[in-house]
Design a protein around this ligand. Structure first.
Ligand code: PCA
Length: 197
């Protein structure tokens, strides 16, 4: 059987943080999970650069599946996103200093696209693995949503499975102030997610 490729991405730190749990967890994944060879990529937290970086890598490695991971500080669990929306509405600057307000990701494109990953199966698999997980109906309107929307738009009509998973802070980022999961828990969750696809 032909090898299958899964491209998984994480973001660099943003908003004054020194670390981003998304790319730390991606780095910690093995080279192979279930039926997939894993290709890893670090993405700049930049409206201008994020989606182009991932689309270029996807055109090069031709993955069957693309999963992007991002930090959602304050969430209590690992949260696969259901939908990406055609909106940029930033509350903080990205890593290039850009803070777009109430503008589309792509002019004259549809309002939204649903993730093409099996979101319910992923949530169940992560919970089965002992890590809290629930669906999210909003990836926000910052760079993570931008990336999800742009990928779903670019590969609409293909059979690529594409989606986004937000992860909480690591304990060292937030102490007792906000909920957090350890790096091991996040890696366990992402492994379970991939095995469910
Ligand atoms: N989280 C941000 C962008 C980069 C990241 O890890 C977001 O939720 O949009």
């Amino acid at each position: 059987m032909a090898e299958k490729t899964l491209l998984i991405t994480g973001f660099d730190p943003f908003g004054g943080e020194k670390i981003n749990p998304s790319y730390e967890a991606v780095k910690g994944l093995p080279e192979r999970v279930g039926k997939y060879n894993i290709v890893k990529l670090c993405v700049p937290t930049s409206f201008e650069k994020a989606s182009g970086t991932v689309i270029a890598k996807a055109e090069e490695c031709e993955p069957e599946v693309i999963i992007c991971i991002g930090q959602a500080g304050g969430r209590k669990g690992v949260t696969p996103e259901v939908i990406g929306i055609n909106l940029r509405d930033a509350r903080i600057p990205d890593n290039d200093g850009a803070m777009p307000k109430n503008v589309p990701v792509i002019e004259n494109a549809p309002a939204a696209y649903f993730s093409t990953l099996p979101v319910d199966d992923i949530v169940e698999a992560i919970n089965q693995a002992g890590v809290p997980s629930f669906k999210s109906y909003s990836a926000g309107a910052f760079v993570c949503n931008d990336l999800l929307y742009s990928l779903l738009h670019r590969f609409d009509g293909t059979d690529k499975k594409i989606g986004f998973i937000h992860v909480p802070y690591l304990p060292q980022q937030t102490g007792d102030k906000h909920p957090s999961l350890t790096l091991e828990q996040i890696i366990t969750a992402l492994t379970a997610a991939i095995e469910a696809i």
